[in-house]
Design a binder for this molecule. Sequence first.
Ligand SMILES: Nc1ncnc2c1ncn2[C@@H]1O[C@H](COP(=O)(O)OP(=O)(O)O)[C@@H](O)[C@H]1O
Ligand SMILES: [Mg+2]
Length: 361
Amino acid sequence: MFQINHISLTQFRNYSQQAFSFPKRVVGLCGSNGIGKTNLLDAIYYLCFTRSYFSRTDAGSVQIGSQGFRLEGDWHQEGLEHKTVCIVRETGKKELWVDQEICPKFSAHIGRFPVVFIAPDDVILITGGAEERRRFMDTLLSQLYPEYLKILIRYNKILQERNSFLKRAAESNQVDTGLLEILDHQLTEAGTIIFSERKKFMESFLPEVQHFYAVITSSAEKPVVAYSSPLLERSFQDILLQNRTRDLAMQRTSSGIHRDELELKLNDESFRNIASQGQRKSLLFALKLAEFNVLKKAKGFPPLLLLDDIFEKLDETRMQNLLHWVCRENTGQVFLTDTHCDRIKEVMQKIEVDCQLIELS
Ligand SMILES: Nc1ncnc2c1ncn2[C@@H]1O[C@H](COP(=O)(O)OP(=O)(O)O)[C@@H](O)[C@H]1O
Ligand SMILES: [Mg+2]
């Protein structure tokens, strides 16, 4: 079992100083709009990921008028108790402490306390550009393999260096081929590892997505999530070499794993184009629950599941299918939020789940 037992928030967004205990496995947070439901979920996420789920800056999470924030979490994981503390100092410097020891590299912490967040705006994962799906894939793989994030950070750094190199070359009208070859070699090395991790992973991921899509929709429709990368056709080295003239002209690296895509399809058509709103939302949940299941298998215990404004997303039948799986078949800790306490209470009664209700005010 893996769960958060207690959290305290100091100067974190709308929370000056508040603490919550979570004795039960299923926690419902209710209260009117703007009361702090999403912020509380994001605080929990912060302790797992050392950053906000909503790409907000650390400074943006400090309570207006204050300097610095502090989050403390007490965790129970596979028979052991842990304490994590995330601090943003007055200077803006961020620290993470795990069991009284400072964590020297945030990337090493990610995945130790696995978590899956599902927020209303996440449907952009289906409707938005390739970048959204790459980020999804990267977040997932970072939680799965500690090395992945390190290599990805390295890749992005070399990519930036290469792009600056291309700019300088254009400006000075001189190409230091020796240096470009070194950069290409470094980029190829990191990029090829990322590529093979993504490719391998997507093969096992697809059946999970299809499984959950069926669980939620009770239909036989099979969406397809296909990994597409320029590296599927040619080696990265060849790609860089072939594009060299073009890259120099465009002053950027035009092809590589930073252009990968997850194609979403239904009946061989682009999912985005043909799917109804309900189908999109179902696929969103299927992707997220597939992420959840993959993490669970890899870690040996279910990750934390944070479901924000869940009731606004699906029709009632699909919602019940989903909640039944999430709260009954899943044995991990679940947080869900809604503006109406009664709505959570009713659904939990219907699916016979003992739920802790916290009414925020
Ligand atoms: N840095 C901040 N300082 C103070 N209040 C903040 C900060 N960031 C957000 N808030 C407040 O938090 C509230 C939103 O909380 P949120 O968790 O999104 O509400 P809910 O999910 O319950 O609708 C808003 O009232 C907003 O003004
Ligand atoms: Mg909210």
